[in-house]
Design a protein around this ligand. Structure first.
Ligand SMILES: Nc1nc2c(ncn2[C@@H]2O[C@H](COP(=O)(O)OP(=O)(O)OP(=O)(O)O)[C@@H](O)[C@H]2O)c(=O)[nH]1
Ligand SMILES: [Mg+2]
Length: 235
């Protein structure tokens, strides 16, 4: 009898309806709040003069244009085969280049551009920047793929990509010793560790030891970026 009384209560439907509605709204809020930011950004990084803006204009406009040293990020899009990515070309200038970390939460992949004609002379400088990028916790934990774009292959002084990979591995190996020593010092002083350890301890550094894929490709922003476009489309 008591049950019938409840079931026939005139406010039963509105009350139950409101409770269900509130529960649905709470679950929807959870779903939306828990969603990760969409990772659709391709970050174009590298030291100054490597050819980042030239590659950016090739991908964005489908052609090269004369460039000047960038003092701020260039933003655009790359669209092909129903895929659309946001492009961010970060200036190589020493004081501006580290802004790239702001974009890491939305980064799908990194294109790290090197000038193949000057790498032999600038290997230390290039390796320091690449080390910083690879040692970012987000790059390792999100397994962000990196394409090392060995640019300016149209010039006869360009080093082959195998040589560039080897030189960078040797230099990163050297840097790892000094940087991990500095980090251990920091850790003992109580600072939280910021960098991931690159590669395997006790073994010479190799890109294939990393959590994320690092791929080397030869190209020319002046001539053709087909290899780069194919790599992007396979992401
Ligand atoms: N020969 C040749 N020259 C290139 C190529 N790519 C870029 N360059 C030239 O290299 C110079 C630097 O190119 P940018 O694209 O401005 O270099 P960047 O990496 O954007 O440099 P910052 O903005 O200073 O960080 C320009 O004179 C380009 O024309 C290439 O594939 N081949
Ligand atoms: Mg530029």
């Amino acid at each position: 009898m008591a049950m019938d009384q409840y079931l026939n209560h005139p406010y039963l439907v509105p009350i139950v309806g409101s409770i269900v509605l509130v529960l649905v709204l709470i679950s929807l809020a959870f779903v939306f709040l828990k969603q990760k930011p969409r990772q659709t950004t391709l970050l174009i990084l590298g030291t100054t003069d490597a050819g980042k803006t030239s590659l950016f204009t090739q991908l964005y406009h489908g052609q090269t244009r004369p460039t000047v040293t960038s003092m701020k990020e260039n933003e655009g899009t790359f669209e092909a085969h129903n895929k659309k990515y946001d492009l961010v070309d970060v200036p190589g200038h020493q004081r501006l280049r580290y802004r790239y970390t702001d974009y890491l939460p939305v980064t799908r992949a990194i294109i790290f551009v090197v000038d193949s004609t000057t790498l032999a002379r600038q290997v230390r400088f290039v390796a320091e920047y690449l080390y910083d990028v690879l040692a970012q916790k987000q790059v390792q934990s999100n397994h962000i793929p990196v394409l090392v774009a060995c640019n300016k292959c149209d010039l006869i002084t360009a080093l082959p990509k195998e040589k560039i990979q080897q030189r960078l591995e040797e230099e990163i190996n050297r840097l790892r010793t000094t940087r991990t020593a500095a980090l251990e010092q920091q850790a003992s002083e109580g600072d939280e560790e910021q960098e991931a350890y690159l590669g395997y301890e006790g073994e010479p550094f190799k890109f294939e030891h990393l959590e994320n894929v690092v791929h080397f490709e030869t190209l020319s922003a002046r001539k053709s970026v087909t290899e780069l476009e194919n790599w992007i489309l396979e992401l």
